[in-house]
Write a protein that binds this ligand. Structure first.
Ligand SMILES: Nc1ncnc2c1ncn2[C@@H]1O[C@H](COP(=O)(O)OP(=O)(O)OP(=O)(O)O)[C@@H](O)[C@H]1O
Ligand SMILES: O=P(O)(O)OC[C@H]1O[C@H](OP(=O)(O)OP(=O)(O)O)[C@H](O)[C@@H]1O
Length: 216
């Protein structure tokens, strides 16, 4: 593997397509293989880049350890993971928000230490600590909306985009916590040793964002 390439950690899944669109608009020549293949490492020497395709929650881990120089990660993941990395640009893609929700019948004052189900235990614990509320956190890996319906938790902390999942499961939003978009993140050592290439990448992406060209 060539050492001169910038290694970019890309999140598979929801963010991937919008991140690829953004890179294309920034004039990075990405081969069709990029969107079609199941390969996890794709080298694009003509763009000066090597892409690694990771689970969204793992992207900051690759960047912190320096096996990726830069990456794309949701703000939700950044807050949850608290990695030692730089967040240099709001890419303004994959917008959604984090919210607290429950069954409509739930009375927030009815429990001493309510159970909160979430895929984001650190973010949830920090949020309720700031609110001065003592809670018990139940970590789940998905289908979070199931927890209050089945009686596992009193409330949930989860991502809302269209609101369809909450609606279809009869849940209501109690509080909006924070807006979420994807961020361009950088390994601190790479930022020093590969500053020219990384600055160029940041400039090109920032230009597309400033023109509003990334709005889907
Ligand atoms: N409606 C949404 N639900 C979840 N994540 C969203 C949504 N809209 C945008 N996002 C962003 O996408 C990221 C999650 O992407 P995705 O759902 O592909 O990964 P995942 O949570 O690892 O999913 P899975 O575990 O189902 O593979 C989040 O970190 C968030 O920043
Ligand atoms: O407001 P909406 O547009 O309905 O989107 C929000 C839903 O999407 C995500 O779930 P995902 O589809 O990733 O499923 P999972 O977390 O259960 O794996 C999120 O955890 C919510 O459940």
């Amino acid at each position: 593997m060539s050492k001169d390439l910038i290694t970019v950690a890309m999140p598979k899944g929801r963010i991937f397509e919008e991140a690829v669109e953004l890179l294309k608009k920034a004039d990075y020549p990405l081969p069709p293989e990029f969107e079609e293949s199941r390969k996890l490492i794709i080298e694009v020497p003509e763009a000066g880049m090597r892409f690694i395709l990771a689970k969204p929650m793992d992207v900051p881990t690759y960047v912190e350890h320096g096996v990726a120089d830069v990456g794309v990660a949701g703000k939700d993941v950044m807050i949850e993971e608290k990695r030692d990395i730089y967040e240099v640009l709001d890419l303004k893609i994959s917008a959604c928000y984090m919210a607290v929700a429950s069954l409509p019948s739930y009375n927030p004052k009815s429990e001493v230490a309510p159970k909160i189900a979430s895929k984001y235990p650190n973010l949830t614990s920090e949020y309720f600590r700031q609110q001065g509320e003592q809670v018990e956190i139940i970590k789940l890996n998905g289908s979070i909306e199931l927890a209050p319906i089945i009686g596992l938790a009193d409330r949930i902390v989860d991502i809302v985009s269209t609101g369809q999942t909450l609606r279809e499961n009869g849940l209501v939003e109690l509080e909006t916590m924070m807006p979420i978009t994807s961020r361009f993140i950088v390994n601190p050592v790479s930022y020093r040793t590969k500053s020219a290439q990384i600055d160029d990448m940041v400039d090109r992406l920032a230009e597309v964002i400033a023109k509003g060209e990334n709005n889907q």
